[in-house]
Write a protein that binds this ligand. Structure first.
Ligand code: SAH
Length: 239
C-alpha cells in the first residue's frame, strides 16, 4: 500500500467497511484538495492499513469505503525505546521525527540534572503531532508513544524493563555501542541532553543489566547521538 497517502484517524471514525473522517477533514479536502474517487490509507493504531476510496465529501466529513484491510508491513516486531534528555529549541522536534522514521516504538523525553529545558503539555502535544505526521510520511501503521518523564528515576525504572539497556555515556572509554547490541525482543537506548549526565544518574544503573557504552572518541551533539544510535541499531539488529 505504498504510494497512497496515509492518515491516522480516530478508531470510532471507522466502522465496518466505512469511514467517516472528521478529524482530518480539513486537511484532506482543503489542504490536499483530494476528491471523490481518490484512494487513501487509513490507520487507527491497531496495526492495520485500510486502503479506502473517498466516496463523498461534505462540509463536515470525508466519507470512504474501505476496499482492503491488511496488516501494516512497516512495523518492526521488536520493541525499541529511545530515552533522550530534553534539549533546547527545536532539536527535540528533530529527534522525535527521526526516531519515528527509524522505527522507535516508545519515545521518552526526560528531565535530568543538567537539562536546561523542560516539556510543557503544549510542547508534548506538538511533539505528538510531529510524530503523527512522520508516521504518515514514512509509512508506519502504529504511532509510537511519546511521553515526558520529569525525573530521572522513572527513566531507570522504565528502561530497565527492556532486555537490553544501553546507556550512552560520554565518559565511557572502552565499551563500544555497536558491540553491545543484541538481537532480542526489547532494547532501550538512553541518550543525555546537551549537559550530559551527573554521577548520580550514572550510578542508578550500576549493578543492573544496563551497560554504559561509548559512541566513539568524539563527543557527539545530543541530537547527533540519537540519530547515530538508532541508525546503527537498524543496520545491525533492526528488521
Ligand atoms: N556536555 C557533555 C556532552 C553531552 S553530549 C560533555 O561535554 O561531556 C550529549 C549526550 O550524547 C551524552 O550525554 C551521551 O548520552 C551522548 N554522547 C555523545 N557523545 C558520546 C560518546 N562519544 N560516547 C557516549 N555517549 C555520547
Amino acid at each position: 500500500m505504498s504510494g497512497y497517502k496515509r492518515f491516522f484517524i480516530q478508531p470510532d471514525e471507522l466502522y465496518g467497511n466505512k469511514a467517516e473522517i472528521r478529524s482530518a477533514h480539513n486537511y484532506i479536502s482543503r489542504v490536499l484538495r483530494m476528491r471523490v474517487g481518490d484512494k487513501i490509507v487509513l490507520c487507527t493504531q491497531d496495526g492495520n492499513d485500510n486502503l479506502s476510496e473517498i466516496v463523498k465529501i461534505d462540509n463536515n466529513a470525508v466519507y470512504c469505503n474501505v476496499l482492503q484491510t491488511t496488516k501494516g508491513q512497516n512495523e518492526s516486531n521488536k520493541e525499541l525505546s529511545l530515552f533522550f534528555g530534553v534539549m533546547k529549541g527545536d532539536k527535540n522536534d528533530f529527534v522525535v521525527q527521526k526516531a519515528v522514521e527509524l522505527g522507535v516504538k516508545n519515545i521518552y523525553l526526560f528531565h535530568s540534572r543538567y537539562c536546561v529545558s523542560d516539556v510543557s503539555d503544549n510542547k508534548l502535544e506538538r511533539l505528538r503531532k510531529i510524530s503523527a505526521s512522520a508516521c504518515e510520511q514514512c509509512g508506519r501503521s502504529v504511532m509510537p508513544k511519546v511521553e515526558y518523564l520529569d525525573n530521572f528515576k522513572s527513566v531507570a525504572n522504565l528502561a530497565l524493563a527492556s532486555d537490553n539497556v544501553l546507556f550512552c555515556y560520554e565518559n565511557e572509554q572502552t565499551k563500544a555501542f555497536a558491540t553491545c547490541l543484541k538481537d532480542c525482543p526489547s532494547t532501550a537506548i538512553i541518550v543525555g541532553s546537551e549537559g550530559g549526565f551527573s554521577d548520580e544518574e550514572v550510578q542508578l544503573f550500576e549493578g543492573t543489566h544496563a551497560q554504559t557504552v561509548s559512541l566513539g572518541k568524539r563527543i557527539l551533539r545530543a541530537e547527533t547521538a540519537s540519530v547515530f544510535v538508532l541508525s546503527v541499531y537498524n543496520a545491525l539488529v533492526g528488521d
